[in-house]
Ligand binder design. Structure first.
Ligand code: ADP
Ligand code: SF4
Length: 689
């Protein structure tokens, strides 16, 4: 298909100092959990994005010196770090992209757990978060050292083959930004006080970098123009504007965003596409250099309007490039409906924050490009004559059917309900989760293009009807059901009182189905991801008096990893939801419940007419066990393998269900066996003991 001429503007080249980007699609720096520990997997992932059409593909933050050490990311401490980073640049170049390197010194944000160096800051202060250290105030020697380290890292980055070199003043976590900030910088020398003094270090480091590598590399500055802290923090009208006014023409490109990371990478539960525009749009009017900005952009029309209206020169993306590494190619080829839009859930960040291979809800091939040889767009054609039945059309069933269809298999997809999508359908009706519907919408759209996939709605399958289909392979994607009996993490077994007062106990599915819940309602959240908080929000918005009881110190505590935890706590408070944190539900009676402090054991009774249990889930695997109970009947029906996928196999986040469905399509439910099912990079022993 030809490209729509409306989108031509997105494919204009952009000059970035001595280098030229082939179009306006710019993958901004983003973490991925693989970093230097899994460098080949990381490099190939970056290369795939260049293959998908991103003109610029950047690394995650790259620590320039041992005084700035993080375990997860990449580093350029000395020459020995050059080869694995050269591999990143090579992979990006192989597919015609420019490779960008985000040089970073984290200042007081650095834990320095590895090198045990004392962290540094413009002025002495406690280290970031709750780390039990202090950062020391930098003297002039430290400032000179820092500048020299940054220059040395830039030279090494150039040697590694990078085309764009970053000076990083973003996310409230880098030294030039700490110097800029009145919160952190209380110096009285020429690096503190006036705006000009606070900008000095940033200016010097840009100049140093330009002098060192500016002959062949474009120099980019990542600048957070708003910390969303009000007048006490960095704001667009103070530091943001001043920096661009003073240094606007100095670097070759401005990559602007908001800080800190929680604000930069907000989820769709709290923000719409383009949420950073109001903060960053002023930048372009103050510089002639190209400006990049982010905001979970997935709509090509929106991208065009940003360019035409002079808001941005290049469309920055981290998450949209993870959800669909081929987004630019699809626009270029006129395949807009094939774009797999990011749903803004932050599972990517949540899993990268586990310091390992990042996952994506929409893109099951994320981080598997090298270790499993999974390409996001290409899948091997079928190599058996199987006819395959998928039972259940949730995220797992839809993805399995889609990818099997792409392989050329004959697929039957049977769904009991009148609607496709399973949990992706009902959960996207909950407050703030509407964008999650993209999980089903994209897959249903793709399925409609596959004549070899037949879809049967209103078809509740039984063991008998499964055997009548003529399928040789069967995958049960029948999902899971929230438990009603209170068992989960805290209670290993069913709560007897929950069984006794079953008429006042509800599950998330009941609430979505419109159950007549009497108030006051207590949500018992022993799940700790989003569901407890979202159900409480839905009930509060429906006018109920709601409390949450949770053994955690915060509501939805796992969302600390997805960067949502603060906003969720705020929302609970805004909605007037009473919080009983560090408490568990221990007894249920008529009209009240007993809750217990998990540390002291102290109990109290609170008013409660209905309880919503958000504790654990049971796989819907009755059909599987019924089928497996008569193997002879399966064999007689021509079925050679029956598998469970998605939540029916192991309940979890939607990302896990999509992955399970995709894996089934690649492996047809083959047993994992004794070996490791993916390639690994094994540590090489280089020193004598
Ligand atoms: P997952 O997240 O693993 O994809 P979901 O719970 O989202 O699981 O989806 C499961 C789907 O399976 C639901 O749409 C449900 O209606 C469907 N389903 C469950 N049992 C049957 C059955 N026996 N026959 C057909 N469809 C079924
Ligand atoms: Fe987007 Fe979610 Fe994928 Fe992250 S995990 S890229 S937020 S769809």
């Amino acid at each position: 298909m030809a490209r729509d001429p409306r989108y031509d503007i997105l494919f204009e080249p952009v000059k970035i100092g001595p280098v030229t980007a082939r179009n306006r699609f710019y993958q901004v720096p983003h973490c991925n959990g693989m970093g230097r520990k899994h460098p080949t997997a990381m490099a190939v992932m970056r290369g795939v994005k260049a293959e998908g059409g991103w003109a610029v593909v950047c690394t995650e933050q790259c620590d320039i010196h041992v005084t700035s050490d993080t375990e997860r990311e990449i580093r350029l401490w000395d020459d020995r770090d050059i080869p694995y980073l050269a591999r990143v640049a090579d992979q990006v170049h192989k597919h015609g992209g420019l490779a960008g390197l985000e040089l970073t010194h984290m200042g007081y944000h650095a834990g320095n757990y590895i090198g045990r160096e004392v962290a540094m800051a413009p002025s002495g202060r406690p280290a970031y978060g709750n780390m039990p250290f202090h950062a020391r105030a930098m003297d002039k020697t430290d400032i000179a050292d820092y500048r020299r380290w940054h220059r040395a890292a830039a030279l090494r980055g150039k040697e590694a083959g990078f085309d764009i070199m970053y000076v990083y003043a973003g996310h409230s976590l880098s030294l030039p930004m700490h110097f800029l900030s009145q919160r952190h910088n209380t110096r009285t020398d020429e690096y503190g006080g006036s705006m000009e003094n606070r900008v000095r270090l940033l200016r010097e480091v840009i100049e140093d970098t330009k002098n060192a590598v500016g002959d062949t590399c474009g120099i980019a500055v990542r600048l957070a123009v708003n910390e969303l802290l009000g007048p006490g923090g960095i704001t667009p009208d103070k530091e943001g504007r001043a920096v661009i006014e003073m240094l606007g023409e100095l670097p070759d490109l401005w990559d602007v965003n908001v800080a800190d990371w929680e604000n930069d990478s907000e989820t769709s539960r709290f923000t719409e596409e383009g949420y950073q525009e109001e903060h960053t749009s002023f930048v372009k009017s103050l510089t002639s250099k190209p400006v990049v900005g982010v905001g979970r952009y997935t709509s090509p029309d929106k991208m065009v309007s940003l360019i035409k209206n002079g808001v941005l020169d290049m469309i920055g993306a981290a998450r949209p490039s993870i959800a669909d590494p081929f987004l630019p190619k699809k626009i270029e080829e006129g395949r807009i409906e094939d774009i797999r839009e990011c749903i803004g859930c932050n599972i990517c960040i949540g899993t990268a924050n586990q310091n390992t291979y990042m996952r994506c809800t929409q893109n099951p091939t994320q981080s598997e490009e090298w270790r499993r040889d999974w390409h996001p767009e290409v899948i091997p054609p079928k190599n058996t004559d199987d006819r395959i039945l998928i039972v259940g059309s949730g995220p797992a069933g839809l993805e399995a059917a889609r990818a099997l269809g792409q392989r050329g298999y004959d697929v039957m997809l049977a769904e009991a309900r009148h609607e496709l999508g399973g949990r992706a359908a009902w959960e996207s009706g909950l407050p703030g989760l509407s964008a999650w519907g993209r999980v089903k919408d994209w897959r249903i759209g793709q399925l409609h293009k596959l004549p070899n996939v037949e879809i049967f709605m209103d078809s509740e399958m039984t063991a008998e009807t499964v055997r009548e289909t003529g399928a040789s392979l069967v995958a049960l994607a029948t999902g899971a059901t929230w438990r009603r009996d209170g068992s989960g993490r805290y209670h290993d077994h069913a709560m007897q009182s929950a069984l006794k007062f079953a008429q006042k106990i509800f599950t998330p599915e009941d609430i979505v189905a419109g159950a007549d819940v009497e108030g006051p309602v207590v949500v018992f959240d022993d799940d700790h991801y989003y569901m407890g908080g979202v159900i409480a929000e839905a009930l509060a918005r429906a006018g109920r008096t709601v409390s949450i009881v949770t053994p955690s110190a915060s509501v939805s505590s796992w969302t600390a990893f997805t960067l949502e935890i603060g906003r969720i706590q705020a929302r609970m408070r805004e909605l007037g939801i009473a919080l009983h944190l560090d408490h568990t539900l221990t007894d249920i009676d008529m009209g009240e419940i007993e809750i217990t402090d998990i540390y002291s054991g102290r109990t109290e009774w609170i008013n409660c007419s209905s309880v919503v249990m958000v504790t654990g889930q049971n796989p819907n695997d009755a059909l599987y066990h019924e089928l497996m109970a008569d193997k002879a009947a399966n064999e007689a029906a021509g079925i050679r393998r029956i598998s469970r996928i998605g939540d029916c196999y192991g309940p979890g986040p939607i990302a896990a269900a999509v992955f399970g469905g995709h894996r089934y399509a690649r492996e047809l439910g083959d047993h994992v066996g004794d070996g490791v099912p993916f390639k690994r990079e094994i540590v090489e022993l280089v020193a004598e003991i």
